[in-house]
Design a protein around this ligand. Sequence first.
Ligand SMILES: Nc1ncnc2c1ncn2[C@@H]1O[C@H](COP(=O)(O)OP(=O)(O)OP(=O)(O)O)[C@@H](O)[C@H]1O
Ligand SMILES: [Mg+2]
Length: 340
Amino acid sequence: MGDDTVFQVRDLQKHFPPRHRLAAGERRPVRAVDGVSFDVRRGEVLGIVGESGCGKSTLGRTMIRLLEPTAGEIRFEGRDLTAMSERELKPLRRRFQMIFQDPHSSLNPRMSVRRILEEPLITHGTARSDRRARVKELLDAVGLPADAGQRYPHEFSGGQLQRVGIARAMALGPEFIVADEPVAALDMSVQAQVLNLMIELKEELGLTYLLIAHDLAVVEHISDRVAVMYLGQLVESADRDALYRQPLHPYTQALMQAIPLPDPTRSGGHVPLRGEVPDPADPPSACRFHTRCPFAEDVCREEAPAFRQVRPGHRAACHFAERFLAQAAPMGCRSPRPGS
Ligand SMILES: Nc1ncnc2c1ncn2[C@@H]1O[C@H](COP(=O)(O)OP(=O)(O)OP(=O)(O)O)[C@@H](O)[C@H]1O
Ligand SMILES: [Mg+2]
């Protein structure tokens, strides 16, 4: 493992107990994360994108062991987190943190902002005198006035409150942050401000982010690499520019179409996404996307495609990825049908 790899995730699975009976009366676990492998490199922003329910939050929480993995391996700087007891994990916990989607529900409404920011410091044994100074520093770092500490969550706008959420995640000086749809609950007008703040902090503090979003537009401007998730699995990952210029999986192509303000220089934006996401307790066999894929052929219903490198740094799990690569002119043309 190179020095620049912070996290190494291999075949990670997180299954939840069955919620309901399937049509056949059977109960099966919800396979929220079902065999995911990827690396996170130091200093990068890795965007994770996919529709609601595909397992993004579960992946983010499981990789920092806020949830117990069902199977698989998670290495943080080479150390296997899955094998660690809670006691062994505690000193590491301050090094990875989470920013949640909705600051109104993730921050305790009965605590003052100062108390909210002090809480992780108390848990990790910071002395009282240092805590006061740290809270002041944190408020300043996220662009809130010093007197914000005395106020309560309901006194803030969504954007300001997410700044508190970011400050809380920064309190212990983390290196790695899972940002789970950090701007999804905010007005469009403040989304960019909050993302810009996250980027400033990242540059200043040398952070690494896993940035979760349900559409490709949010992660585009701030991600270095992007991974696309479908029904508990990764279907494509690449450097940002490569992925947006030439998506090699029909699911990514479909998500691309959902981006507002279509960019005429982009290819791959012509595949409609049909139907609902299937039940993660009963995913389609072989290629999980075949029930919604406009290009599906027999092989897709019979064999699961490997998540493989199609060109350097660009992985995709589609039987036709190589053909898409060969046929698509990278700029401004319709995405091709395989074999046409
Ligand atoms: N604690 C839980 N118990 C049972 N099932 C769960 C639990 N948490 C999540 N799930 C299920 O796991 C699947 C993945 O959920 P998850 O929240 O990770 O998706 P997501 O991609 O983050 O979706 P969203 O975009 O809506 O946040 C869903 O089917 C969800 O209902
Ligand atoms: Mg989620």
